[in-house]
Design a protein around this ligand. Structure first.
Ligand code: FES
Length: 583
């Protein structure tokens, strides 16, 4: 029997399009018949339905100002898709914003990745444009898309504009923390605090410094997953809308060529992304997310090798919190092309990108550089080594990290007395107590904020105890099994693995113990004998947390440690390679 006109046109388009992934009724013909009937109910013509179908994830939400430009982006992506001969189909997925997620956004990252993966699988599309921006959204989308296996383009929402407070340029959220610190130290009053609060986020878009969102935008471009230049345009600019249009057009080409995500997310691409993470002074969260994305492709991140890579990769990008500038300055300085051009000797230039050309070809296509102040040459780095160092020792047998480029050089070689907080509540109750026994050269220790302990909140940036803040103390060594915001700064050791909630050595640190931090030697040691630690463990063994029902139960049963990306174990395929291979 001759095929109906529409079916023949669909097949002639060279992509499965609307015929893909039919609903199971036991009769494929009927499934397609029904699907077409419904979609025609929305007014589509046969010729529209015969085109390559490009999904567009709509992560706009009233709760997510970082994605406040999603409607305009979707419109621009659709224009690009249609100009290239495709059919755009936008659909909603979970959206996550840092300040509107309880207990924290990391708890929801894996859920968003599952949502993204399953909708990419379930709905007919030949390629997808992933619109993400706020911290956890881009990693969640790349994790989900990596597992789904389609051709995929990452579209970043873009950074917010900077504001101005009493003549000083400000932007979220490094300046949020700085002003809050000044308020706690009684350097500014409630009135000024309220005034600056209206200026810190001057438009929709993601945080304007090199926080996690900006880090993941740069990583996405370094992975080859965005349109060239796609990391840096601010959210409200014409450049951002042009990137959106190009993303849509590109997705149609990828669908036609069958340029699936596994051809882009290769070992070389991840090694390039690691270089970029180090060279931008990127968020420490970038390591966890990159580990999780790589894990979805079957690549195990070797933190020791990453550390070795860091020793030969200087920080070149002069952005807060490691430097001075903001994302819009980076964009005006040429964005990622300027950075990648400088990093060329350390990159795999033959890594494939979503354009179908290699990273090296795209760097060439971006043209020559120009004089600018934001990306330093290799000969004059902001910081001589990579932004992040990996520590080991009896306190962190599975590793810990410190963002050395945003730490106090004096404190990076330090031994001090432990002042221990058992959990977040204990911290909240005692940190500002006038009776807290603490001195500026002590080491603040916070337990139970690891993946299972509390879904890794960004609480590793412990506040300076009030009485020390009032006395002028700006930084102390602070250690935990949690994370910190990429916009934060200070001498802060994070991601201690294994975490305290599952009985890692951190669980057995007591007030008054001596701890030694040596970033030069990459050491984090608890100066307590193993016999004493064994005795403490035997007298109070850890009981990992559990839950009765729901997503929390799934989370606590399945979340892995930080060195595996805190992904769910059942979402990770068997590991086939260790990266980086040749640091
Ligand atoms: Fe969304 Fe910072 S809160 S990027």
């Amino acid at each position: 029997m001759a095929k109906p006109e529409t079916d023949r046109a669909m097949l002639d388009s060279g992509t499965p399009g609307m015929t893909k992934g039919l609903t199971h009724y036991g009769d494929p013909g009927f499934s397609l018949f029904l699907r077409k009937a419904f979609i025609k109910g929305a007014g589509f013509t046969d010729s529209a339905l015969a085109r390559p179908v490009i999904g567009i994830t709509n992560t706009g939400s009233a709760y997510n100002p970082c994605h406040g430009n999603a409607p305009q982006l979707i419109e621009a992506v659709k224009r690009g898709v249609m100009l290239a001969g495709g059919l755009p189909m936008d659909f909603p997925t979970i959206s996550i914003h840092e300040s509107f997620s309880q207990p924290n956004s990391m708890f929801l990252r894996n859920l968003m990745s599952m949502d993204t993966e399953e909708l990419l699988r379930a709905q007919p599309m030949d390629a997808v444009v992933l619109i993400g921006g706020c911290d956890k959204t881009v990693p969640a989308q790349l994790m989900g898309a990596a597992s789904a296996g389609l051709p995929a383009v990452q579209l970043i929402t873009g950074s917010m504009l900077t504001g101005s407070h009493r003549g000083e340029r400000v932007g979220a959220c490094t300046d949020c923390r700085r002003y809050w610190g000044r308020f706690r130290a009684q350097e500014i009053d409630q009135h000024e605090l309220a005034e600056v609060n209206t200026q810190l986020v001057a438009s929709v878009g993601t945080c304007s410094v090199m926080g996690t969102a900006s880090t993941m935008a740069c990583i996405a471009e370094a992975l080859g997953m965005t349109v060239p230049g796609g990391a840096s345009p601010p959210a409200v600019t014409a450049d951002r809308m042009r990137i959106a249009e190009q993303s849509g057009a590109l997705a149609v080409g990828m669908a036609r060529q069958g340029l699936t995500i596994d051809k882009v997310l290769t070992e070389k691409a991840f090694e390039n992304a690691m270089r970029v993470l180090l060279a931008i002074g990127g968020s420490s969260n970038g390591i966890v997310h990159l580990t999780a994305i790589a894990g979805r492709m079957g690549f195990q991140m070797d933190l020791q090798a990453l550390d070795r890579m860091g020793r030969e990769t200087p920080v070149l990008l002069d952005l807060k919190p490691s430097g001075q500038h903001y994302m819009e300055d980076f964009h005006h300085a040429g964005g990622m092309a300027t950075l990648l051009r400088e990093l060329k000797p350390l990159l795999h230039l033959d890594a494939m990108t979503v354009t179908g050309r290699t990273l090296g070809q795209e760097i060439e296509a971006a043209g020559p550089g120009f004089k600018q102040q934001v990306v330093r040459p290799m000969s004059q780095p902001i910081y001589p080594q990579g932004g992040i160092a990996v520590l080991r020792g009896n306190l962190a047998p599975g590793g810990a990290i410190i963002k050395q480029s945003a730490a106090n050089p004096v404190l990076m070689e330090h031994e001090g007395r432990a002042v221990v907080f058992e959990n977040l509540q204990d911290l909240a109750e005692r940190i500002d107590s006038p009776d807290l026994d603490v001195n500026a050269d002590d080491i603040l220790v916070l337990k139970h904020i690891g993946p299972k302990g509390a879904a890794m909140p960004e609480a590793g940036y412990l506040p300076i105890p009030k009485k020390l803040a009032l006395a002028g103390c700006k930084d102390m060594v602070r250690i935990s099994d949690g994370r910190m915001s990429g916009t934060a700064f200070g001498t802060i050791v994070l991601h201690i693995t294994p975490e305290s909630a599952i009985g890692g050595p951190l669980a057995y640190v007591q007030n008054g113990d001596r701890i030694r931090l040596s970033v030069a030697r990459r050491e984090l040691s608890l100066l307590v004998s193993q016999a004493e630690l064994d005795q403490r463990q035997a007298s109070q063994p850890a009981t990992p947390p559990s839950a009765q029902r729901g997503y929390l139960k799934l989370f606590l049963q399945s979340v892995t440690q930080a060195d595996q990306g805190a992904d769910f174990d059942f979402l990770m395929p068997p590991m086939t390679a260790v990266i980086p291979r040749n640091p």
